[in-house]
Design a protein around this ligand. Structure first.
Ligand code: NAP
Length: 524
């Protein structure tokens, strides 16, 4: 770890004077984004900034944010290292109290945060409130961990000897997040990192820096000490790589695409860092012949087109028993055609925009592939019309007659595109669901309890739902995926602490003599 120079104030550097909290812009006006380093809001050494715009209306400039550099990251890491000894020495229950305070600030400002989230990321307001609520939930859960953080106390095999294990913080945690849950995911990572006694350098997605700034502002207000959480905005190649490559950041928590995750794992692997990865998904809903079809349609519409299909747990495949596939499809098509696209802030809107033009181009590319691989049922084009001209909208799209190994049934599209795959029976449904590289979420609709339990056993995903869609995880159970969705770590629940703590096993021998484990307790 690099040492701060005598008397130096982390975060300060010539020509980069702290600017105070970002000024509140005129309502609706662009926000002047800054890094947050060592408790100060500062500009990047790059002198450059980037824009964040409302995806429902590209003319609406949310704010200008700092285009960070490796030098900015180095400053943030140094601030986090400087703050570490005092923070790790703070009793965990006290750290938890600060997180409780943070949760209550999030609750106080929930509506303001949700509206800012909808404006920057596009999801409809009720979902934006849910995103903020997840941040509140994880803050409260992890605050409680401050008074638990269980280890094991076990009997020793030798007399007059005590054996126990405790969790300890790792150090500076690098946290890199995507845009699709711009408040929940940063909270899912920072809250366990902080309660465990780590300090943080946080790089949010470049599409949602304002949401990140609002979260960090409230952390400061809650009393998180200066330097404990540092925010650096900017691109993956400049800011992200600098965090990943730093020898002074021993633990990384990343959520994003499998391509970026693989790259991060390779680079971090060279330094033997701990890396927790939450990556892509290709989630399926199975509908068996005995299912309540109306209930299944509710779950499919919510899972496939909620958040415009931009959830890691979004349903992009329906695997249906052939005997009910036409009836299901008829209901699905009717419901899908009735969905209203628009600005997520409008209460009449069911489906908001895609995050940006690149996302729409990607969706368009997959729809072209889909036209060759299946039969288009509805959608299949960029949405236009009154109120949609200035945003990045795409019609909710369904393909039917899709084979399980087709590209649109195998690759993550991350948009409102659903493939319907007909199968003969339960066994072929399981094969179709499991025959993908990803393993995040799956669901089955059936009224047969025996089949439901078989599916709970057979589905190869980290999350399984019975008679509910593929989305809707709660913060007190582990969250994460099998196969290429991750690398075995879990967020949420008490499992989240595993990413951010080292185990220490401690033996205390109070016999006053040499006792040899595995030897002195054996006969002969
Ligand atoms: P992404 O392009 O991989 O970006 C994720 C984050 O990584 C962003 O902050 C990005 O910064 C940063 N990044 C990009 N290149 C980097 C590099 N070389 N080094 C370090 N960081 C780098 O993913 P996304 O498009 O934002 O998110 C969508 C993906 O996330 C989907 O695949 C989705 O399934 C996945 N996701 C998974 C989960 C889960 O829990 N499994 C949850 C949500 C989303 P910039 O924004 O500056 O490029």
């Amino acid at each position: 770890m690099s040492e701060p120079g005598p008397g130096s104030r982390p975060g300060a550097s010539p020509g980069r004077e702290p600017l105070g909290a970002p000024e509140r812009p005129a309502p609706g006006g662009p926000f002047p984004g800054r890094h947050f380093i060592a408790g100060e809001w500062i500009e990047s050494g790059s002198g450059r900034s980037f824009e964040s715009r409302n995806p429902a209306n590209r003319g609406d400039l949310v704010g200008q944010f700092q285009a960070g550099t490796p030098a900015d990251v180095a400053m943030a890491i140094r601030a986090a290292e400087t703050a570490l000894p005092a923070w790790r020495a703070t009793p965990a229950p006290r750290r938890g109290e600060i997180l409780f305070g943070y949760a209550s600030l999030l609750r106080r400002d929930k509506e303001r945060l949700a509206r800012a989230l909808t404006r920057e990321m596009g999801k409809v307001l009720p979902e934006a409130r849910g995103d903020v609520q997840e941040a509140i939930d994880i803050a409260e859960l992890m605050a409680g961990e401050g008074r638990r953080m269980f280890g094991d106390t076990v009997p020793s095999e030798l007399p007059d000897k005590w054996a126990m294990s405790i969790r300890q913080p790792i150090g500076v945690a690098g946290i890199i997040t995507p845009w699709n849950f711009p408040m929940a995911i940063p909270a899912w990572k920072t809250m366990p990192a902080l309660v465990a006694g780590n300090t943080v350098v946080f790089k949010p997605a470049s599409d949602t820096p304002h949401c990140a700034t609002l979260l960090v502002e409230l952390m400061a207000e809650a009393g998180v000490p200066a330097g404990v959480v540092n925010l650096v905005t900017g691109g993956g190649a400049e800011v992200g790589d600098a965090i990943v490559d730093s020898p002074d950041v021993p633990v990384l928590s990343f959520t994003g695409s499998s391509a970026t995750g693989r790259r991060i794992a390779e680079r971090a692997g060279r330094r033997l860092k701990r890396v927790a990865l939450e990556l892509g998904g290709k989630n399926a809903i199975v509908v068996l012949a005995d299912a309540d079809l109306d209930l299944a349609v509710d779950g499919i519409i919510w899972s496939a087109f909620g958040t415009t299909g931009q959830r890691c747990t979004a349903c992009s495949r329906v695997v249906v028993e052939r005997s009910v596939s036409s009836r299901l499809l008829e209901k699905l098509e009717a419901r899908t055609r009735a969905l209203r696209l628009g600005d997520g802030a409008d209460p009449a809107t069911d489906v908001g925009p895609l995050i940006n033009e690149a996302a729409r181009t990607k969706v368009e590319g997959y729809v072209e592939i889909g036209r060759r691989e299946g039969e288009l049922v509805c959608g299949g084009r960029a949405a236009t019309g009154p109120g949609l001209e200035a945003g990045v909208f795409y019609e909710p799209t369904i393909f039917t007659g899709v084979e399980p190994m087709a590209r649109i049934a195998q690759e993550e599209i991350f948009g409102p595109v659903l493939s319907v795959i007909a199968v003969e029976d339960y066994a072929s449904a399981m094969t179709a669901v499991n025959q993908v590289r990803y393993g995040l979420s799956s669901s089955i609709y059936t009224t047969d309890v025996n089949t439901a339990f078989r599916a709970m056993r057979d589905l190869e995903t980290g999350l399984v739902y019975v008679n509910a869609g593929t989305i809707g995880a709660e913060t007190h159970l582990p969250f994460g995926g099998w196969k290429e969705t991750g690398n075995g770590h879990r967020e949420a629940g008490h499992a989240a602490l595993d990413t951010f703590t080292e185990w220490k096993s401690i033996y205390v021998d109070f016999s006053g003599r040499l006792q040899r484990a595995q030897i002195d307790n054996q006969p002969g």
